[in-house]
Each structure stands twice: as C-alpha cells, then as structure tokens.
Design a protein around this ligand. Structure first.
Ligand code: ATP
Length: 250
C-alpha cells in the first residue's frame, strides 16, 4: 500500500538561504503524525510546500503514490489533501451552518448555477448537518461565526477543512492561543476527525504532541533529525539536545 503522503529529497531555498534541506518522510494512511522543531526550523515552510502554496526547489511530494509537487493548491485539495488556515477560512457574518454549507456545496461541485437540482441541495444539507455534529457545533447551528468563542471558531475551521472529504489533513498549531480546557476539547475533536483520515500537524505543545501523535518527526534547521514513535523520540539523545530539553524528558 502506498504511504498517504511521501516526501522525497525535498529542498526549498529562498535566494541563497536553504530552508528545507533534503526532507524525506513517509506518513502511512490513518497515521497521526506530528512535526516538531525549534522556531525557524522550517515547519511552516514544509506545510506550504505540501499544500502547494510554494514550490520545492527540488525533490518530490506524493499523495497516495501520485506526484503533487508543482500542482496548484486547489488541485491538491481536490486530490484529497486539505490544510487548515486558522480562522481565515471562516466567514464571520455567516452562521455556523452557512459556513459549513458553503464548504460542502463547493466540495460537491456546486458553483453559481441557477439550474442546480434541488435533490442535490438536500444532499448538501444532510452532509452539512452530519459535519456540524461531527465537530460538535450542532447546538451552535444558527450562531454567526464571528461571535463564536475562539475554540469554537477553530472547531468550525476544522469542519471547513474536512468538508471537501479530504483523506489527508494538515493542521497548523491547532491549539495555539487556547487555554487548558479549550485545548483538551480541541484534542478530543482532533482525535475524532482524525479517525479514518491521515493527520499531519505542527504543534508546539509537547503534552498534546506526545498524547496525540502515532509518530513524531523532529525538524531542525530544515532537516529531519528523527522520525519515530513518541516513546523513542522522548528517549532520543539527539532530539533531547536539539530541541526537547527538559520539557519532554522521561
Ligand atoms: N518567503 C520567505 N523568504 C525568505 N525566507 C523565508 C521565507 N519564508 C520563511 N523563511 C525563513 O525560513 C525559515 C523557516 O521559517 P518557518 O516559518 O518555516 O519556520 P517554523 O519552523 O514554522 O517556525 P515557527 O515555529 O516559529 O513558526 C525562517 O528563517 C524564515 O525566516
């Protein structure tokens, strides 16, 4: 079986600055994979490369065995990889339901079309309702997104991300800015939406990373210095030295 996502010899330079310096990584289907590393290591750049926002200088990216490097972000999205963009996907003056329906309609192939058949709209409504329940926002159905709590907005944002039926989801710091209770709630949600999907996340909170991830890759100055189970990463001396320090020590 192909890995869900495979990076081979990936590099990215901005001018003379080599930011990603030969990253090879396989993420299995269904895996929850975390990418950690110090500030400036290149984690966001790696996400930009995978999601098509920027193109690699060299190397290859495969989604379920098929090359995606060089494709536009919307083409990569259509092939089943979606990335959360932290709030920016959410329209504040639309309700929770309307936000999710927008994303669902788009994913079902609706564009502005006067003649669209009503049956398919019913499909969209049902799909939207299921999605809203999945992310736990059923009780907030008719609330404007702009007045949701921050954590609820992040949940909505995850809903918008998965609306298109993506099999691989990239989450960029999904608990950033949350208090402990909100983070715990977000972790439960991530666990739920990750079921049956492949998840790759960048997260700074080591408690969450070690709790959620099946495997962890440590990126330091544009190179993966270790990629392993949480237990082995915790015990890895090079990782301790490069990044974790006391924070995740045994
Ligand atoms: N468009 C760009 N042009 C030039 N340099 C860039 C560009 N984008 C990122 N960089 C540089 O690449 C390096 C890695 O940045 P990146 O944001 O990927 O790191 P990161 O691991 O996500 O950091 P953080 O944990 O702080 O978010 C930084 O030194 C940054 O200044």
């Amino acid at each position: 079986m192909n890995p869900a996502l495979e990076l081979t010899g990936l590099t990215k330079a901005f001018g003379l600055a080599q930011i990603i310096r030969g990253v090879s990584l396989e993420v299995a289907a269904g895996e929850r994979h975390a990418i950690i590393g110090p500030n400036g290591a290149g984690k966001s750049t790696l996400f930009h490369l995978i999601s098509g926002r920027i193109r690699p200088t060299s190397g290859e990216i495969r989604l379920d065995g098929r090359r995606i490097d060089g494709l536009e972000p919307f083409e990569i999205y259509r092939r089943g990889l979606a990335r959360s963009f932290q709030i920016t996907n959410v329209f504040p003056k639309l309700t929770v339901f309307e936000n999710l329906r927008c994303a669902t309609l788009w994913s079902l192939g609706y564009r502005y079309d006067f003649w669209r058949p009503v049956e398919r709209l019913r499909d969209a409504r049902e799909k939207t309702d299921r999605l809203m329940e999945e992310i736990g926002l059923g009780p907030r159905r008719n609330v404007l997104a702009g007045v949701l709590s921050y954590a609820e907005q992040r949940a909505l944002e995850i809903g918008v991300t998965i609306a298109g039926g993506a099999k691989v989801i990239l989450l960029d710091e999904p608990t950033a800015g949350m208090n402990a209770a909100e983070s715990a709630h977000a972790v439960a949600l991530i666990r739920k939406v990750a079921a049956g999907r492949t998840l790759i996340m960048v997260e700074h909170d080591m408690g969450i990373v070690f709790d959620l991830a099946d495997r962890i890759s440590v990126l330091v100055y544009g190179r993966i210095v270790a990629s392993d189970t949480p237990e082995r990463i915790r015990a890895n001396a090079e990782v301790q030295e490069a990044y974790l320090g006391q924070a995740a020590g045994p």
